[in-house]
Design a protein around this ligand. Structure first.
Ligand code: PMP
Length: 408
């Protein structure tokens, strides 16, 4: 009998979702979940995904065989082109290897597991996360027994980036540390470095021989422009870093439950680069085989069709602009409503400065609990709100409720 298994706490986000579902208040608002909602607060199946689905269903040769260990090759090569750029030197020089994974979570995990086995470490090296970061980063890296530390990221004063704090901690980290970076639309803060700041970060990482690990869960979803959102990753590749990239297609294709993602390992230019990626790929195959044997097919087939067909790709870009555009509009609406209510222009500027799915509002835990109780508006305790939960019918209601709790 397993008498010694302690009760684990409920996952905070999934607990919040359950509380929201139980709430019978008519005007309740869900700003917790990190999934896109349309202007009627409903999940949105991207029209391009419907088109691809129609094509797939009509294919008489479609079957349910296993995919290869590394996944669907048409998908992983297209995913690689998307994140690295079609003209990437890493692709031309065959310095990248890519594995299809269980969405972004699986990609982060495969990378973490690989590094836990093969990354040469001295006793005081660790993986550095931004503070705060996506909560699952901690669990995923702890599960593979990599030591974890943090670098400052969010400034409570400016509600923007604590750039000096970030840079100096990365600079003081023991040489050869692993530095986890959000490629764009940082979760949970919505705060990204500028291009000049990314350049400085890359210089510090190079000077300390650190190893960058990019987590990219929002390409195209953040700004509506796929290449713009991949800029930081492509810049680091152009600088010749050896690095890992975790890529999720959950948000940008709305394929949340289909678990489509990819893990990429890129090595720097050198005469034996191809040999290096060959050896890395051989080990990734063994790790993948023992964990999931081979990845799920459906989501990858949909994404692959779209990524490899110029007309569908164009349609996808339009769908991305629809999602990103609606979220950017909601940011503007929320800010202007809040500033009208308190009469202080610029007081909620951070809402429109931040980007992507989330905004770190600056609301405290007591305020978050208060707004949940008074107005049935649900957000995580750290004051993070999912912008996709706002729409033209509820933005004013939410602004009034926020204005009220922050004044009290
Ligand atoms: N990384 C970050 C930073 C994320 O925000 C997410 C999505 N919440 C993921 C990875 C992975 O999500 P998924 O496994 O659904 O692709």
């Amino acid at each position: 009998r397993q008498d010694n298994v302690p009760q684990a706490p409920e996952d905070p986000l999934f607990g919040l979702m359950a509380a929201y579902r139980r709430d019978e208040f008519e005007k309740k608002v869900d700003l917790g979940i990190g999934a896109y909602r349309d202007n009627n607060a409903k999940p949105w199946v991207l029209p391009v995904v419907k088109s691809a689905d129609d094509v797939l269903r009509k294919d008489p040769n479609l079957n349910h065989e296993y995919l290869p260990i590394a996944g669907l090759a048409d998908f992983t090569t297209a995913a690689q082109r998307l994140i690295l750029g079609a003209d990437s030197p890493a692709i031309k020089e065959k310095r990248a290897t890519s594995f299809q994974t269980i969405s972004g979570t699986g990609a982060v995990h495969l990378g973490a597991l690989f590094l836990s086995r093969f990354y040469p470490r001295s006793s005081n090296q660790a993986v550095y996360f931004s503070s705060p970061t996506w909560a699952n980063h901690n669990q995923i890296f702890s599960n593979v027994h990599l030591p974890i530390r943090t670098y400052p990221y969010f400034s409570a004063q400016t509600k923007g980036l604590d750039f000096q704090g970030m840079k100096s901690t990365i600079s003081d980290a023991p040489e050869g540390s692993i530095i986890l970076l959000h490629a764009c639309a940082h979760n949970p803060t919505g705060v990204d470095p500028t291009r000049d700041q990314w350049k400085e970060i890359s210089e510090v990482i190079r000077a300390k021989k650190h190893f960058p690990f990019f987590d990219c869960a929002y390409q195209g979803f953040a700004s509506g422009d796929l290449q713009n959102d991949a800029w930081a990753v492509q810049y680091f590749v152009s600088q010749g870093f050896e690095m890992c990239i975790a890529q999720s297609f959950a948000k940008n294709f709305g394929l949340y439950g289909e678990r489509a993602g990819a893990f990429h390992f890129v090595t720097g230019p050198s005469p034996d680069a191809q040999d290096t990626v060959g050896r890395v790929a051989s080990q990734l195959a063994i790790l993948q085989r023992s964990e999931i044997s081979n990845p799920p097919a459906y989501g990858a087939r949909i994404a692959s069709l779209v990524l490899n067909d110029p007309a569908l790709f164009k349609e996808w870009e339009a769908n991305l602009r629809t999602m990103a555009g609606r979220i950017i509009d909601m940011r503007k609406e929320l800010r202007s409503n809040l500033e009208q209510l308190n009469g202080k222009e610029g007081s909620w500027k951070h809402i429109t400065d931040q980007i992507g799915m989330f905004s770190f509002t600056g609301m405290t835990e007591p305020q978050v609990l208060q707004i949940r109780k008074d107005a049935h508006v649900y957000m995580t305790k750290n004051g993070r709100m999912s912008m996709a939960g706002l729409n033209t019918s509820n933005v004013e209601y939410v602004a009034k409720a926020m204005d009220k709790v922050v004044r009290e």
